[in-house]
Design a protein around this ligand. Structure first.
Ligand SMILES: *[C@@H]1O[C@H](CO)[C@@H](O)[C@H](O)[C@H]1NC(C)=O
Ligand SMILES: *[C@@H]1O[C@H](CO)[C@@H](O)[C@H](O)[C@H]1NC(C)=O
Ligand SMILES: *[C@@H]1O[C@H](CO)[C@@H](O)[C@H](O)[C@H]1NC(C)=O
Length: 296
């Protein structure tokens, strides 16, 4: 009896000492690191559900919240990845590894971190509405600022694959036009690169395979991402927007350019769904579906 009590005390003690791994968050387009209504409420929820509360680092790309929000539209995604990599390297609390949770475009950005920035080590990667095969339209403006959104639509219409736009407009950098696949592969400065569509970078696969689990959340009633299957790595067939090619039928998977096939065969990819609009999950859904991946 005493022995069992001893073991129980011992376990409790160990968990109290070790705690859960730290967590890194990356916000979505139109949002920032520190909005109390968005990531702020997620941090509160994590702190309430996991005891002792883990260390949380919500990435801020820029010197302040305003810059962080603007950079989500206008700072080249590759520079954002470099910037975030430096922040992660500098944070000594992350040295032994961290779980990563990306919201919307923060999902594909954190995947780029896993591929390009393996230190400190990422443990689980949770992508909540990330567009891993890009987008071919923003049917509705995310964020509060409709002015910025309309401006971005204009720029995309002007010439999504013009180099001046590719270099400066984040949303152009993960724009995949199924009617211009060859152009996309040639000029897309971000998505075509991390999806190994221009050249094959073996480090991307080696690094990506180091993560434990890839958790992909798709929003079934998403009105912001076209097509929302991109959140599960699906996309339109070439020249045919009436047909979706799911991950398991894609070239990326068949040739296993990123290790997704290996991960899938080892049941390390979790395909989750929320029957809501983009990022509109409930607290209970987050507790039931995401918190378990953040606990150890
Ligand atoms: C590291 O984590 C501890 C405990 O959560 C916290 O008190 C400290 O401020 C963190 N350090 C940095 C650099 O954020
Ligand atoms: C929207 O963004 C534009 C351009 O940055 C800015 O001038 C305007 O004040 C913003 N509007 C709101 C409501 O925040
Ligand atoms: C898609 O259309 C382009 C331009 O018409 C053509 O060059 C390409 O071969 C087509 N691809 C497929 C798979 O039909």
């Amino acid at each position: 009896m005493l022995f069992i009590v001893g073991i129980i005390i011992c376990f409790t003690h160990i968990f109290a000492i070790l705690g859960s791994p730290p967590i890194v968050l990356w916000h979505g387009m139109g949002d920032s690191c520190c909005n109390p209504l968005s990531l702020g409420s997620i941090i509160k929820l994590i702190e309430k559900e996991i005891t002792p509360a883990p260390y949380v680092h919500s990435l801020r790309i820029g010197a302040n919240v305003e810059e962080d929000t603007t950079n989500g539209f206008f700072m080249n995604a590759n520079h954002q990845i470099d910037y975030a990599c430096k922040l992660l390297n500098a944070d000594k609390n992350l040295t032994n590894g961290y779980h990563a949770v990306g919201f919307s475009q923060g999902g594909q950005f954190l995947r780029a971190i896993a591929q390009r920035c393996p230190n400190p080590p990422m443990l689980n990667l949770i992508s909540i509405g990330g567009q891993h095969q890009g987008v071919f339209g923003f049917p509705r403006c995310p964020g509060d600022n409709v002015t910025i959104c309309n401006y971005i639509r204009e720029l995309l219409r002007f010439g999504v694959y013009e180099s001046v736009i590719q270099d400066h407009l984040v949303q152009a950098e993960y724009w995949q036009d199924p009617h211009q696949e060859a152009t996309y592969r040639r000029v897309s400065v971000f998505l075509a690169d991390i999806n190994q569509e221009r050249t094959f970078n073996p480090d991307y696969k080696t690094n990506f395979l180091k993560i434990r689990n890839l958790v992909l959340v798709k929003f079934l009633r998403d009105t912001m991402v076209d097509p929302h299957e991109s959140e599960h790595f699906g996309f339109y067939a070439e020249n045919n927007t009436a047909k979706i090619v799911p991950l398991r039928e894609s070239t990326l998977y068949a040739n296993d350019l990123l290790g997704l096939k290996i991960m899938d065969q080892q049941s390390r990819i979790k395909f989750l769904e929320s029957d809501t609009d983009h990022l509109r999950f409930t607290d209970q859904w987050f507790i039931d579906n995401i918190i378990p991946f953040l606990k150890d």
